[in-house]
Write a protein that binds this ligand. Structure first.
Ligand code: BDP
Length: 605
């Protein structure tokens, strides 16, 4: 799916701004063709939850409505007009002038609706019904229940099976864009690079939608806008000599300019930026452009004050600047694909990204008693009770469709902390890995992220992974405060993984300790700033001893909002920055360490 841009043949209008808003009490039916019976408003893009001063609206679970009016300029009336939702969390029904024109489920990927035939001349009424319900058939996974009071009023509840606030609404931009009736529907860019010859064979596939072009021309422009290769046809191989590689923190972006022609006239033009780089996993190393790369960075969230999970581009820019200043080079889009805008920004800034599907919470019998788990044949209820496979497949299709061309994405994470230790995991994951491998035109490595109970003995499906990615909390959730025991356990486990898979690289995708900024302790107590630093120092020491250990992405970049819980103080406090991005003292230690670790060739052996 192409990102909406304006070119000489295309326009983009922004439908962001203030929309009418209403929570649905499910008492009287709502007519989507009429003005919503409500005086509430919400800003778009943003989650609705933290824009209200009403606690009931903030925690509303079920259905809610957004509405606005728009007009389309006469000059566009003969064009193909498409409504594009950057996301609608988690399920949306879209009505134009009272008619349902589209439906989409899955709160973290875009969808489009062609509306050319549904518009009226002057004043169009766009109404969107949304749901923030999550259950055992959705990703993320929610524990869903309903109850009724004496008057018959229905209350819906989602107990999140994951550790972030269930922010919902029109979280990402809503755009109306135009194309001609013969249009470029999609472009796939798959560069094959000969690193020795500094040469790339760029395989470009163009999909023509609507009326048929009789000619398609492709030009590759370098970063200064000069043409460096040209060709014609829907399936082309273009050669780049003296290729400029896209490198971590030294991005170089080419542009594929595609022109569709009919009878010698230019009809549609689209420009797709892309980087040229290689990614490969071999001999326990993660190679980018043929050299062993070391990941330094974070697990993150899309989470800011007021906007919730809504797009906040200023925070995106600030976050990447803070990362670069710390010597970091990468992050994981935990626990869902981030906005198009963030991924495009990472392409441009040279930030390396592991992109994750929204498959979080695929574990319905979590327990801190793991005595049974390592026994062969252990089975809990997860793979019997969950019904997420269809949503999971759809999410893989959608992230590949949206993000296949991005150089910044070097690996896909198929899930975060699923019950991989439980019988049935392999049967569940094998087809999903197969699907992802088939769909990715750049054949990036695949992984999932392992919970502590998924160890070298218990993990039922780690053979599917190209890279072993571990979330570990020795010293925090386990052996709290005891960094000596934790150091031993960290070392023992990493060595065991390395012994089991000598050819697979291993990295940490989470490790961290909740820390209250300004809390100090002469005894390095948990929650203090001193403990957070000691905790990271201990982990760093062990990481440096393990040859196949290729990266450290800590948890979390910044404090973030979660559901209520006795372990959460207005959210999760494992950030090394506060939610407003002030550094905790550990940032000084991490900056020193990361600025002294090169992006490449860190592990000599
Ligand atoms: C991990 C989860 C992450 C949590 C983190 C924590 O992957 O979403 O926020 O633990 O507890 O299990 O801080």
């Amino acid at each position: 799916m192409l990102y909406p841009i304006s070119t000489m043949s295309r326009t983009v209008s922004d439908l962001n701004g203030i929309w009418k808003f209403m929570v649905d009490q499910e008492v009287t039916p709502i007519d989507p063709g009429q003005p919503l019976p409500s005086d509430d408003v919400m800003a778009v893009p943003a989650s609705f939850n933290d824009q209200t001063a009403d606690a009931k609206i903030r925690s509303h679970t079920g259905y809610f409505w957004y509405q606005r009016r728009f007009a389309v300029a006469d000059v566009l009336k003969d064009q193909r007009l498409v409504l594009r939702f950057g996301s609608a969390t988690h399920e949306a029904w879209v009505y134009l002038n009272g008619q349902e024109v589209g439906h989409h489920k899955g709160g973290f990927t875009p969808f489009e609706i062609e509306i050319s035939d549904d518009l009226v001349d002057e004043d169009n009424l766009l109404t969107v019904k949304l749901s923030n319900i999550l259950d055992y058939s959705t990703i993320p996974v929610g524990n869903y229940s309903e109850s009724q009071d004496e008057s018959g009023h229905l209350t819906r509840k989602v107990d999140e099976n994951f550790d972030f606030f269930n922010y919902a609404g029109l979280n990402r931009p809503i755009k109306l864009y135009s194309t001609p009736k013969a249009y470029i529907e999609d472009i796939v860019v798959a560069p094959a690079v000969d690193l020795d010859q500094q040469r790339a064979d760029v395989h470009l596939t163009v999909k023509n939608g609507g009326e048929v072009f009789d000619e398609v021309n492709v030009t590759i422009l370098d970063q200064a806008g000069n043409p460096v290769a040209t060709g014609s046809g829907l399936d082309e191989h273009l050669i780049l000599n003296n290729v400029h590689l896209w490198q971590p923190l030294k991005a170089y972006l080419y542009t594929a300019k595609v022109t569709g022609m009919i009878a010698g006239k230019v009809v549609d033009v689209y420009e797709e930026p892309f980087g040229v780089r290689t990614v490969q996993v071999t001999n326990g190393k993660f190679l980018i452009n043929g050299r062993p790369f070391y990941f330094k960075g974070f697990g993150k969230h899309e989470d800011t004050y007021v906007n919730g999970k809504g797009l906040n581009e200023a925070y995106n820019v600030l976050d990447l600047n803070l990362m670069k200043k710390m010597g970091a080079n990468s992050f994981r889009t935990s626990h869902y694909p981030y906005s198009d805008e963030m991924i495009r920004l990472c392409d441009r800034e040279g930030i390396v990204v592991i992109e994750e599907t929204p498959a979080v919470g695929l574990m319905v019998s979590f327990t801190f008693d793991n005595s049974e788990i390592s026994k062969p044949g252990y089975q809990d209820d997860t793979w019997k009770d969950l019904n997420t496979a269809a949503a999971h497949r759809q999410a893989i299709h959608e992230i590949m469709d949206r993000d296949k061309n991005h150089a910044c994405i070097v690996m896909w994470s198929i899930a975060n902390e699923a019950a991989n230790y439980s019988k049935g995991a392999h049967e569940y994951f094998e087809p999903l890995f197969k699907l992802a491998r088939q769909l990715d035109p750049q054949k990036r490595p695949l992984t999932y992220i392992d919970l502590v109970w998924s160890n070298p003995q218990s993990d039922k499906s780690s053979d599917l992974l190209d890279v072993i990615c571990l979330n570990r909390y020795y010293g925090w959730y386990l052996d709290t405060g005891d960094l000596e025991v934790s150091e031993r356990k960290t070392r023992d486990e990493l060595k065991a993984w390395q012994a089991k898979y000598p050819d697979k690289p291993i990295m940490y995708t989470e490790y961290g300790a909740d820390t209250i900024p300004g809390l100090h302790s002469a005894y390095d107590e948990p929650w203090s700033e001193e403990f957070q630093e000691d905790y990271y120092r201990m982990n760093s020491k062990v990481f440096d001893e393990i040859p196949n250990f290729v990266g450290e992405q800590l948890w979390n970049f910044a404090d973030f909002q979660t559901k209520y819980g006795i372990q959460r103080v207005q959210g999760n406090k494992k950030g090394v920055f506060t939610r407003s991005r002030e550094p905790k003292s550990v940032v000084r230690y991490l900056s020193k360490r990361w600025n002294s670790i090169p992006n490449f060739d860190y592990k000599k052996s």
